[in-house]
Design a protein around this ligand. Structure first.
Ligand code: UQ1
Length: 445
């Protein structure tokens, strides 16, 4: 063996063997960190919980592991896709959003070793923790649909998606440059963050053609993999009335399986009869991509369920096997709708239960599955859906929220971003429970 092959073997072993990787930490290349609280992910949930913990425990021992330089307020993407807001207004520098008292390691998690209270990052750093909070969110799997990425990356194709900052502005340019034809909106056969968004952008497109362009020139279709238009009956009833009134075709149990940009065709599969496939011509195709857990979680069998979601007690948000691990946000297996509002409610529960755990008390804070989805139905109307694990409405305001309202639209467009940047990311927002109690003093939910 010459010197080069010795080095090659050493290098490959160093990357593949955790033990040797740890050994290499003592060199200058890799660091070995230790902390009391490790938060994995600096998105909505990670930022809220790391701020809460930093607020309570000071600058001593919070590390946030997050690879991105920008932090996006993703609920704005529907409005950006419809030309109502600008992309620039949806993000800030990660360093300005993460809590000042926490240490930010700009890297992502590669390997979880919960038995050893340790993770290894992609660049090879190890981080030892006493308590870990996992909030890695959901990954967008555009590449799971043949032809989709090619179509999205082609500026001349009218294939777009509000789900990524890369393609959200293309949604608006595709819409306003369209002369007419078939507009198709999809919902994938996977868990989805903000499950209302795939149809919000459709309502905004319909509204645009009705009020600004020419509605008679376009056919609008929503092809959803789900068996319902919305999971909560009260809001589903309201949405069915809206789609009928506005002449929008809705097909359920139809899953997008291929995009053919050369012929502007999309192929769908009937999920109740997999042999049945439909090929449709599109003039504008808005795709909600399949989503799933991050790669590191898919490889972390001891902390996840079979699908790669972190297995938590759905009431306490504590891990089912490792008591020093909690999880919140879109990466958990708790059966709530995956929204920012859910993450807010969970962050309060995680903070309280973490405190109880530290004080050797029982974990009494309970997450009831609260989620909220402001279903924007036009450029000045919104249905504010709020509900719990049982899919029962849990409305904050003392009026019927299934009705389309201007007030709820203004809340979504103007009030929520302010609340997000100034209150939630700073660790002071626990969801609207307190408002619900004030507005509905005699209701117990
Ligand atoms: C909410 O708490 C939240 O998280 C910050 C959102 O995401 C941006 C929301 O859209 C909504 C509606 C809520 C719930 C808040 C109120 C006042 C009903």
């Amino acid at each position: 063996m010459n010197m080069n092959s010795v080095l090659r073997v050493f290098k490959s072993k160093r990357y593949s063997s955790p033990a040797l990787r740890q050994f290499s930490m003592s060199s200058t290349r890799y660091d070995n960190h230790s902390c009391k609280f490790l938060v994995i992910g600096g998105g909505t949930a990670g930022c809220a919980i790391s701020s809460k913990i930093s607020n309570s425990y000071g600058s001593d021992g919070v590390i946030v592991l997050e690879p991105n330089n920008l932090h996006y307020y993703q609920p704005l993407f529907t409005l950006i896709g419809a030309g109502i807001k600008k992309l620039d207004s949806s993000h800030k520098e990660m360093k300005s959003v993460l809590p000042k008292k926490a240490k930010w390691i700009k890297d992502s998690v590669a390997v979880f070793e919960p038995e050893a209270n340790k993770v290894t990052s992609n660049e090879g750093h190890t981080i030892n923790y006493e308590y870990m909070i996992i909030s890695t969110g959901l990954q967008l799997n555009f590449n799971a649909i043949p032809g989709l990425e090619e179509a999205l990356n082609d500026d001349d194709s009218k294939v777009c998606s509000i789900y990524s900052p890369k393609y959200v502005t293309k949604t608006w340019t595709s819409m306003k440059d369209l002369n007419g034809g078939n507009l198709i909106f999809t919902y994938p056969n996977s868990p989805v963050k903000c499950p209302g968004a795939p149809q919000k952008i459709m309502y905004l497109a319909e509204d645009y053609f009705r009020n600004v362009s020419n509605r008679n020139d376009v056919n609008i279709t929503y092809n959803s993999s789900l068996g319902v238009i919305f999971g909560v009956k009260k809001y589903a009833d309201a949405l069915w009335k809206i789609v009928k009134k506005r002449d929008i075709n809705v097909n359920l149990r139809r899953n997008l399986i291929e995009v053919k940009p050369d012929t502007s065709e999309a192929v769908f599969q009937n999920l109740d009869n997999l042999d049945e496939k439909f090929t449709v011509k599109y003039d504008l195709l808005h795709v909600t991509p399949p989503m799933g857990p991050s790669k590191a979680l898919l490889n972390a069998k001891s902390v996840t369920n079979a699908s790669g979601f972190v297995e938590v007690n759905k009431s306490t948000m504590q891990h089912v096997k490792f008591p020093n691990i909690f999880a919140l946000g879109d990466c958990t297996d708790s059966p709530n709708s995956k929204t920012a509002a859910a993450a807010a409610a969970q962050s309060c529960v995680v903070e309280k239960n973490l405190k109880s755990l530290l004080n050797k008390k029982s974990l009494d804070a309970v997450y009831d599955g609260y989620a909220s989805c402001p279903l924007v139905t036009s450029r000045n109307r919104c249905v504010l859906a709020e509900f719990d694990y049982s899919l029962n409405p849990m409305e904050t305001f003392p009026f019927n929220q299934a009705k389309e309202r201007l007030s709820m639209y203004i809340m979504k467009k103007d009030a929520m971003p302010l609340l997000y940047w100034n209150v939630m990311t700073k660790g002071y927002w626990n969801g609207p429970e307190i408002m619900r109690k004030i507005f509905n003093p005699f209701k117990f939910n």
